[in-house]
Design a protein around this ligand. Sequence first.
Ligand code: IMP
Length: 430
Amino acid sequence: MPLQVIVGAQWGDEGKGRIVDWFAAQVDFTARYNGGDNAGHTVTVGRQIFKLHLIPSGIIHPQVVAVLGNGMVINPARLLDEMESLRKVGIAVTPQRLHISHAAHLITPAHQALDGALEAARGKDSLGTTGRGIGPAYTDKATRRGLRMADLLRPDFDERLAEAIAEANQTLNMLGAPALDPAAAGAEYRQYTRKLAEYIADVSSELDAALKAGKAVLAEGAQGTLLDIDHGTYPFVTSSSTVAPGALAGLGLGLTAARDARVTGVVKAFQTRVGSGPFPTELSGDLAVRLRGTGANPWDEYGTTTGRPRRVGWLDGVLLRYAVRVNGLTELAVTKMDILSGLKTVKLCSAYRDGGKTFADLPFGPSDLSPYEPLYEELPGWEADISDVRKWDRLPSAARNYLEHISAAAGVPVRLVSVGPERDQIILAP
Ligand code: IMP
Protein backbone atom coordinates (compact mmCIF):
# COMPACT_ATOMS: atom_id res chain seq x y z
CA MET A 1 0.00 0.00 0.00
CA PRO A 2 1.95 3.06 -1.17
CA LEU A 3 -0.06 5.91 0.42
CA GLN A 4 -2.03 5.60 3.61
CA VAL A 5 -3.74 8.54 5.28
CA ILE A 6 -4.66 8.33 8.95
CA VAL A 7 -7.20 10.90 9.95
CA GLY A 8 -9.30 11.70 13.00
CA ALA A 9 -12.98 11.01 12.30
CA GLN A 10 -14.28 13.16 15.18
CA TRP A 11 -13.13 16.36 16.97
CA GLY A 12 -9.52 15.30 17.43
CA ASP A 13 -8.02 13.30 20.32
CA GLU A 14 -9.24 10.03 18.82
CA GLY A 15 -5.96 8.27 19.60
CA LYS A 16 -4.33 8.76 16.20
CA GLY A 17 -0.83 8.66 17.72
CA ARG A 18 -1.07 5.04 18.80
CA ILE A 19 -2.72 3.96 15.52
CA VAL A 20 -0.01 5.73 13.50
CA ASP A 21 2.57 4.03 15.71
CA TRP A 22 1.06 0.64 14.90
CA PHE A 23 1.14 1.16 11.13
CA ALA A 24 4.47 3.03 11.15
CA ALA A 25 6.32 -0.19 11.97
CA GLN A 26 5.95 -1.06 8.27
CA VAL A 27 6.42 2.24 6.44
CA ASP A 28 9.30 4.28 5.06
CA PHE A 29 7.93 7.80 5.64
CA THR A 30 5.45 9.37 8.05
CA ALA A 31 4.35 12.87 7.18
CA ARG A 32 2.30 15.50 9.02
CA TYR A 33 0.28 17.62 6.60
CA ASN A 34 -1.66 20.15 8.68
CA GLY A 35 -1.80 22.15 11.89
CA GLY A 36 1.00 22.85 14.30
CA ASP A 37 1.71 22.35 17.97
CA ASN A 38 -2.01 22.58 18.76
CA ALA A 39 -1.93 18.81 18.15
CA GLY A 40 -0.92 16.30 20.80
CA HIS A 41 -0.19 12.73 19.72
CA THR A 42 0.51 10.25 22.49
CA VAL A 43 2.33 6.95 22.04
CA THR A 44 3.02 4.60 24.95
CA VAL A 45 5.93 2.20 24.60
CA GLY A 46 6.49 0.24 27.81
CA ARG A 47 7.23 2.81 30.48
CA GLN A 48 7.90 5.57 28.02
CA ILE A 49 5.12 7.93 27.03
CA PHE A 50 5.85 10.08 23.98
CA LYS A 51 3.74 13.22 23.63
CA LEU A 52 4.40 14.70 20.23
CA HIS A 53 2.98 18.00 19.06
CA LEU A 54 4.78 18.68 15.77
CA ILE A 55 6.98 15.77 14.74
CA PRO A 56 5.06 12.82 13.24
CA SER A 57 4.75 10.04 15.80
CA GLY A 58 6.23 7.60 13.28
CA ILE A 59 9.71 8.94 14.10
CA ILE A 60 9.80 6.56 17.08
CA HIS A 61 10.40 3.73 14.56
CA PRO A 62 14.09 3.76 13.53
CA GLN A 63 13.54 3.05 9.81
CA VAL A 64 11.11 5.94 9.34
CA VAL A 65 11.90 9.31 7.76
CA ALA A 66 9.65 11.95 9.35
CA VAL A 67 8.31 14.80 7.25
CA LEU A 68 6.67 18.11 8.19
CA GLY A 69 4.60 19.22 5.20
CA ASN A 70 3.88 22.60 3.67
CA GLY A 71 0.35 22.55 5.11
CA MET A 72 1.74 22.95 8.61
CA VAL A 73 2.42 26.03 10.72
CA ILE A 74 5.58 25.54 12.75
CA ASN A 75 6.71 27.15 15.97
CA PRO A 76 10.50 26.67 15.70
CA ALA A 77 11.07 26.97 19.46
CA ARG A 78 8.60 24.18 20.15
CA LEU A 79 10.02 22.09 17.31
CA LEU A 80 13.56 22.35 18.67
CA ASP A 81 12.34 21.43 22.18
CA GLU A 82 10.59 18.39 20.78
CA MET A 83 13.67 17.36 18.78
CA GLU A 84 15.75 17.62 21.95
CA SER A 85 13.33 15.66 24.10
CA LEU A 86 13.30 12.83 21.52
CA ARG A 87 17.11 12.79 21.44
CA LYS A 88 17.16 12.53 25.24
CA VAL A 89 15.31 9.22 25.05
CA GLY A 90 17.64 7.87 22.39
CA ILE A 91 15.71 8.63 19.20
CA ALA A 92 17.90 9.81 16.35
CA VAL A 93 16.70 13.20 15.13
CA THR A 94 19.06 14.11 12.31
CA PRO A 95 18.76 15.93 8.98
CA GLN A 96 18.67 12.47 7.38
CA ARG A 97 15.57 11.50 9.38
CA LEU A 98 13.62 14.73 9.69
CA HIS A 99 12.68 16.88 6.72
CA ILE A 100 10.75 20.14 6.96
CA SER A 101 9.03 21.62 3.93
CA HIS A 102 10.53 24.92 2.79
CA ALA A 103 6.95 26.10 2.25
CA ALA A 104 5.62 25.36 5.76
CA HIS A 105 4.70 28.57 7.56
CA LEU A 106 6.43 29.87 10.66
CA ILE A 107 4.61 30.72 13.84
CA THR A 108 6.06 33.88 15.34
CA PRO A 109 5.69 35.34 18.85
CA ALA A 110 3.20 37.77 17.27
CA HIS A 111 0.90 34.89 16.27
CA GLN A 112 0.88 33.51 19.78
CA ALA A 113 0.23 36.92 21.35
CA LEU A 114 -2.56 37.62 18.85
CA ASP A 115 -4.20 34.25 19.50
CA GLY A 116 -4.43 35.06 23.22
CA ALA A 117 -5.53 38.66 22.73
CA LEU A 118 -8.19 37.78 20.14
CA GLU A 119 -9.62 35.02 22.32
CA ALA A 120 -9.74 37.39 25.31
CA ALA A 121 -11.51 39.99 23.15
CA ARG A 122 -14.15 37.42 22.10
CA GLY A 123 -15.08 36.99 25.76
CA LYS A 124 -17.92 34.52 26.24
CA ASP A 125 -17.94 33.86 22.47
CA SER A 126 -14.34 32.62 22.49
CA LEU A 127 -13.51 29.62 20.30
CA GLY A 128 -11.50 27.91 23.03
CA THR A 129 -8.35 27.77 20.89
CA THR A 130 -5.20 26.09 22.18
CA GLY A 131 -3.48 29.51 22.28
CA ARG A 132 -0.59 28.31 20.11
CA GLY A 133 -0.94 31.00 17.44
CA ILE A 134 -2.47 28.64 14.89
CA GLY A 135 -5.32 30.86 13.63
CA PRO A 136 -3.19 34.03 13.29
CA ALA A 137 -0.44 32.08 11.45
CA TYR A 138 -2.95 30.70 8.92
CA THR A 139 -4.48 34.19 8.64
CA ASP A 140 -1.11 35.56 7.58
CA LYS A 141 -0.71 32.67 5.14
CA ALA A 142 -4.10 33.40 3.55
CA THR A 143 -3.46 37.15 3.40
CA ARG A 144 -0.04 36.44 1.88
CA ARG A 145 1.98 38.08 4.64
CA GLY A 146 3.28 34.89 6.22
CA LEU A 147 6.90 33.90 6.71
CA ARG A 148 7.89 30.42 5.60
CA MET A 149 10.63 28.00 6.58
CA ALA A 150 12.67 28.97 3.49
CA ASP A 151 12.51 32.60 4.58
CA LEU A 152 14.63 31.70 7.60
CA LEU A 153 17.50 31.26 5.14
CA ARG A 154 17.16 34.70 3.55
CA PRO A 155 19.62 37.43 4.56
CA ASP A 156 16.76 39.89 5.19
CA PHE A 157 14.80 37.53 7.47
CA ASP A 158 15.38 39.67 10.59
CA GLU A 159 13.93 42.75 8.90
CA ARG A 160 10.93 40.85 7.61
CA LEU A 161 10.22 39.38 11.02
CA ALA A 162 10.64 42.81 12.65
CA GLU A 163 8.14 44.26 10.16
CA ALA A 164 5.65 41.48 10.89
CA ILE A 165 6.01 42.05 14.63
CA ALA A 166 5.64 45.83 14.30
CA GLU A 167 2.48 45.32 12.25
CA ALA A 168 1.06 42.87 14.79
CA ASN A 169 1.85 45.38 17.57
CA GLN A 170 -0.74 47.74 16.09
CA THR A 171 -3.44 45.10 16.49
CA LEU A 172 -2.17 44.07 19.93
CA ASN A 173 -2.32 47.71 20.94
CA MET A 174 -5.94 48.00 19.75
CA LEU A 175 -6.78 44.88 21.75
CA GLY A 176 -5.10 46.30 24.86
CA ALA A 177 -2.39 43.62 24.87
CA PRO A 178 1.31 44.40 25.53
CA ALA A 179 3.49 45.10 22.48
CA LEU A 180 6.35 42.75 21.50
CA ASP A 181 9.98 43.68 20.93
CA PRO A 182 10.85 43.19 17.22
CA ALA A 183 14.61 43.15 17.86
CA ALA A 184 14.34 40.45 20.52
CA ALA A 185 12.31 38.29 18.14
CA GLY A 186 14.95 38.77 15.42
CA ALA A 187 17.74 37.61 17.74
CA GLU A 188 15.69 34.64 18.91
CA TYR A 189 14.83 33.48 15.38
CA ARG A 190 18.43 33.86 14.16
CA GLN A 191 19.35 31.02 16.54
CA TYR A 192 16.58 28.87 15.10
CA THR A 193 17.91 29.40 11.58
CA ARG A 194 21.27 28.06 12.66
CA LYS A 195 19.72 24.99 14.23
CA LEU A 196 17.10 24.19 11.59
CA ALA A 197 18.69 25.16 8.25
CA GLU A 198 19.90 21.63 7.49
CA TYR A 199 16.43 20.17 7.99
CA ILE A 200 14.67 22.35 5.41
CA ALA A 201 13.92 20.36 2.26
CA ASP A 202 11.70 19.95 -0.80
CA VAL A 203 9.45 17.31 0.74
CA SER A 204 7.01 17.36 -2.17
CA SER A 205 9.60 16.03 -4.62
CA GLU A 206 11.00 13.65 -2.02
CA LEU A 207 7.61 12.06 -1.31
CA ASP A 208 6.74 11.96 -5.01
CA ALA A 209 9.96 10.08 -5.74
CA ALA A 210 9.38 7.75 -2.78
CA LEU A 211 5.87 6.83 -3.95
CA LYS A 212 7.10 6.29 -7.50
CA ALA A 213 9.79 3.95 -6.12
CA GLY A 214 7.09 1.91 -4.36
CA LYS A 215 7.95 3.13 -0.86
CA ALA A 216 5.25 3.29 1.80
CA VAL A 217 4.20 6.77 2.91
CA LEU A 218 1.90 7.32 5.84
CA ALA A 219 0.26 10.74 6.05
CA GLU A 220 -0.61 11.62 9.61
CA GLY A 221 -3.52 14.02 10.09
CA ALA A 222 -3.77 16.26 13.13
CA GLN A 223 -6.98 17.33 14.90
CA GLY A 224 -10.06 15.72 13.35
CA THR A 225 -12.62 15.91 10.55
CA LEU A 226 -15.09 17.99 12.55
CA LEU A 227 -12.40 20.62 13.22
CA ASP A 228 -11.66 21.05 9.49
CA ILE A 229 -11.76 24.69 8.33
CA ASP A 230 -14.19 23.84 5.49
CA HIS A 231 -15.95 20.68 6.59
CA GLY A 232 -16.02 21.01 10.37
CA THR A 233 -18.40 22.61 12.84
CA TYR A 234 -17.49 26.10 11.58
CA PRO A 235 -16.67 28.53 13.21
CA PHE A 236 -15.71 26.20 16.08
CA VAL A 237 -12.91 24.64 14.07
CA THR A 238 -9.17 24.91 13.65
CA SER A 239 -7.69 26.85 10.71
CA SER A 240 -6.34 24.03 8.55
CA SER A 241 -7.48 21.28 6.25
CA THR A 242 -7.64 18.33 8.60
CA VAL A 243 -9.47 15.95 6.25
CA ALA A 244 -7.71 13.23 4.25
CA PRO A 245 -7.74 15.14 0.92
CA GLY A 246 -5.78 17.85 2.79
CA ALA A 247 -2.89 15.39 2.87
CA LEU A 248 -2.32 15.93 -0.85
CA ALA A 249 -2.27 19.73 -0.79
CA GLY A 250 -0.46 19.76 2.57
CA LEU A 251 2.38 17.57 1.33
CA GLY A 252 2.60 18.76 -2.27
CA LEU A 253 1.30 15.50 -3.76
CA GLY A 254 -0.90 15.29 -6.84
CA LEU A 255 -4.28 13.56 -7.08
CA THR A 256 -2.83 10.46 -8.69
CA ALA A 257 -0.77 9.82 -5.55
CA ALA A 258 -4.05 8.99 -3.83
CA ARG A 259 -5.06 6.30 -6.30
CA ASP A 260 -5.84 3.18 -4.24
CA ALA A 261 -4.90 4.98 -1.03
CA ARG A 262 -5.83 3.35 2.24
CA VAL A 263 -7.71 5.93 4.30
CA THR A 264 -8.03 5.00 7.95
CA GLY A 265 -10.45 6.97 10.10
CA VAL A 266 -9.62 6.84 13.78
CA VAL A 267 -12.74 6.94 15.91
CA LYS A 268 -13.06 6.77 19.65
CA ALA A 269 -15.65 4.26 20.94
CA PHE A 270 -17.43 7.29 22.39
CA GLN A 271 -17.18 10.97 21.46
CA THR A 272 -15.12 13.81 22.96
CA ARG A 273 -14.44 17.44 22.22
CA VAL A 274 -12.33 20.23 23.73
CA GLY A 275 -13.17 23.88 23.29
CA SER A 276 -16.49 25.43 22.38
CA GLY A 277 -19.05 24.39 19.78
CA PRO A 278 -21.98 22.06 19.20
CA PHE A 279 -22.01 18.46 20.51
CA PRO A 280 -25.43 16.79 20.12
CA THR A 281 -24.61 13.58 22.02
CA GLU A 282 -22.85 15.32 24.93
CA LEU A 283 -23.33 13.77 28.37
CA SER A 284 -23.18 15.32 31.80
CA GLY A 285 -23.34 13.95 35.34
CA ASP A 286 -21.94 10.65 36.58
CA LEU A 287 -21.71 8.97 33.20
CA ALA A 288 -19.65 11.88 31.83
CA VAL A 289 -17.30 11.65 34.82
CA ARG A 290 -17.05 7.88 34.28
CA LEU A 291 -16.08 8.26 30.60
CA ARG A 292 -13.73 11.21 31.15
CA GLY A 293 -11.78 9.72 34.05
CA THR A 294 -10.31 11.75 36.86
CA GLY A 295 -7.13 12.86 35.14
CA ALA A 296 -5.04 10.46 37.24
CA ASN A 297 -4.15 8.35 34.16
CA PRO A 298 -2.40 9.72 31.08
CA TRP A 299 -5.20 8.28 28.92
CA ASP A 300 -8.00 10.09 30.82
CA GLU A 301 -9.89 12.68 28.80
CA TYR A 302 -7.81 15.79 29.45
CA GLY A 303 -6.17 17.71 26.58
CA THR A 304 -2.61 16.58 25.72
CA THR A 305 -1.72 20.12 24.70
CA THR A 306 -3.71 22.25 27.14
CA GLY A 307 -4.70 19.90 29.98
CA ARG A 308 -8.33 21.02 29.69
CA PRO A 309 -11.00 18.44 30.61
CA ARG A 310 -12.66 17.15 27.46
CA ARG A 311 -16.40 17.18 26.95
CA VAL A 312 -17.67 13.61 26.50
CA GLY A 313 -20.71 11.91 24.95
CA TRP A 314 -22.00 8.89 23.06
CA LEU A 315 -20.62 8.01 19.64
CA ASP A 316 -22.44 9.97 16.96
CA GLY A 317 -23.16 7.76 13.91
CA VAL A 318 -24.57 10.67 11.88
CA LEU A 319 -21.32 12.61 12.19
CA LEU A 320 -19.32 9.42 11.61
CA ARG A 321 -21.09 8.79 8.27
CA TYR A 322 -20.32 12.37 7.33
CA ALA A 323 -16.63 11.81 8.19
CA VAL A 324 -16.58 8.69 6.00
CA ARG A 325 -17.86 10.78 3.09
CA VAL A 326 -15.65 13.88 3.32
CA ASN A 327 -12.49 11.85 3.94
CA GLY A 328 -13.23 8.92 1.65
CA LEU A 329 -12.50 6.56 4.53
CA THR A 330 -11.86 2.97 3.54
CA GLU A 331 -11.78 1.59 7.11
CA LEU A 332 -12.04 2.50 10.78
CA ALA A 333 -9.73 2.05 13.74
CA VAL A 334 -11.81 2.16 16.93
CA THR A 335 -9.94 3.28 20.05
CA LYS A 336 -10.65 3.18 23.78
CA MET A 337 -13.07 0.24 23.64
CA ASP A 338 -11.77 -0.81 27.08
CA ILE A 339 -13.20 2.35 28.66
CA LEU A 340 -16.77 1.21 27.93
CA SER A 341 -16.36 -2.07 29.88
CA GLY A 342 -18.68 -2.26 32.87
CA LEU A 343 -21.52 -0.18 31.43
CA LYS A 344 -24.92 -1.93 31.45
CA THR A 345 -25.81 -0.53 28.05
CA VAL A 346 -24.05 1.57 25.43
CA LYS A 347 -25.71 4.01 23.09
CA LEU A 348 -24.94 4.85 19.49
CA CYS A 349 -26.62 7.85 17.85
CA SER A 350 -28.14 6.55 14.62
CA ALA A 351 -30.12 9.60 13.44
CA TYR A 352 -31.16 13.14 14.36
CA ARG A 353 -34.68 14.45 14.86
CA ASP A 354 -35.75 18.01 14.21
CA GLY A 355 -39.45 18.71 14.79
CA GLY A 356 -41.35 15.92 13.10
CA LYS A 357 -38.51 14.97 10.74
CA THR A 358 -35.83 12.30 11.15
CA PHE A 359 -32.44 12.64 9.46
CA ALA A 360 -30.07 9.71 8.99
CA ASP A 361 -27.57 12.12 7.43
CA LEU A 362 -26.83 15.79 7.93
CA PRO A 363 -29.11 17.80 5.69
CA PHE A 364 -26.84 20.86 5.66
CA GLY A 365 -23.36 20.06 6.97
CA PRO A 366 -22.29 20.09 10.61
CA SER A 367 -22.08 23.85 11.30
CA ASP A 368 -25.41 24.26 13.00
CA LEU A 369 -26.24 21.14 14.95
CA SER A 370 -28.34 22.96 17.54
CA PRO A 371 -31.78 22.00 16.17
CA TYR A 372 -31.12 18.29 16.34
CA GLU A 373 -32.11 15.82 18.98
CA PRO A 374 -30.04 12.62 18.75
CA LEU A 375 -31.91 9.32 18.34
CA TYR A 376 -30.10 6.37 19.88
CA GLU A 377 -29.80 2.66 19.46
CA GLU A 378 -29.32 1.23 22.93
CA LEU A 379 -27.17 -1.90 22.90
CA PRO A 380 -26.14 -4.33 25.63
CA GLY A 381 -22.89 -3.49 27.41
CA TRP A 382 -20.23 -5.93 28.66
CA GLU A 383 -18.81 -6.45 32.12
CA ALA A 384 -15.42 -8.00 31.39
CA ASP A 385 -12.21 -6.00 31.36
CA ILE A 386 -11.05 -6.36 27.74
CA SER A 387 -7.65 -4.73 28.04
CA ASP A 388 -5.87 -8.09 27.84
CA VAL A 389 -7.83 -9.34 24.84
CA ARG A 390 -5.77 -9.59 21.63
CA LYS A 391 -8.08 -11.67 19.41
CA TRP A 392 -11.39 -10.63 17.93
CA ASP A 393 -13.10 -13.92 18.95
CA ARG A 394 -12.11 -13.34 22.57
CA LEU A 395 -14.01 -10.07 22.80
CA PRO A 396 -17.32 -10.36 24.64
CA SER A 397 -20.11 -10.82 22.11
CA ALA A 398 -21.71 -7.54 23.23
CA ALA A 399 -18.47 -5.68 22.42
CA ARG A 400 -18.32 -7.31 18.97
CA ASN A 401 -21.96 -6.45 18.48
CA TYR A 402 -21.27 -2.79 19.31
CA LEU A 403 -18.34 -2.71 16.85
CA GLU A 404 -20.51 -4.29 14.16
CA HIS A 405 -23.10 -1.57 14.73
CA ILE A 406 -20.39 1.09 14.37
CA SER A 407 -19.28 -0.49 11.12
CA ALA A 408 -22.86 -0.67 9.84
CA ALA A 409 -23.51 2.96 10.81
CA ALA A 410 -20.32 4.07 9.03
CA GLY A 411 -20.69 1.86 5.96
CA VAL A 412 -17.00 0.83 6.13
CA PRO A 413 -15.35 -1.99 8.05
CA VAL A 414 -13.72 -1.71 11.45
CA ARG A 415 -10.18 -3.03 10.92
CA LEU A 416 -8.43 -2.28 14.21
CA VAL A 417 -9.67 -2.02 17.76
CA SER A 418 -7.52 -0.64 20.55
CA VAL A 419 -8.15 -1.77 24.11
CA GLY A 420 -5.50 0.20 25.98
CA PRO A 421 -2.68 2.69 25.52
CA GLU A 422 0.14 0.14 25.11
CA ARG A 423 1.58 -0.62 21.69
CA ASP A 424 0.36 -4.23 21.69
CA GLN A 425 -3.14 -3.55 23.01
CA ILE A 426 -4.59 -3.84 19.52
CA ILE A 427 -7.02 -6.33 18.03
CA LEU A 428 -7.26 -6.97 14.30
CA ALA A 429 -10.82 -7.41 13.10
CA PRO A 430 -11.47 -10.34 10.74
P1 IMP B 1 -6.73 26.16 17.45
O1 IMP B 1 -6.40 25.04 16.53
O2 IMP B 1 -5.74 26.31 18.57
O3 IMP B 1 -6.97 27.45 16.73
O4 IMP B 1 -8.13 25.79 18.19
C1 IMP B 1 -9.35 25.75 17.49
C2 IMP B 1 -10.25 24.64 18.03
O5 IMP B 1 -9.67 23.38 17.71
C3 IMP B 1 -10.40 24.64 19.56
O6 IMP B 1 -11.71 24.18 19.89
C4 IMP B 1 -9.38 23.63 20.02
O7 IMP B 1 -9.72 23.05 21.28
C5 IMP B 1 -9.48 22.61 18.89
N1 IMP B 1 -8.23 21.84 18.71
C6 IMP B 1 -7.09 22.26 18.12
N2 IMP B 1 -6.19 21.28 18.10
C7 IMP B 1 -6.76 20.20 18.66
C8 IMP B 1 -6.32 18.85 18.88
O8 IMP B 1 -5.21 18.44 18.54
N3 IMP B 1 -7.24 18.04 19.48
C9 IMP B 1 -8.48 18.45 19.82
N4 IMP B 1 -8.93 19.68 19.61
C10 IMP B 1 -8.07 20.56 19.03
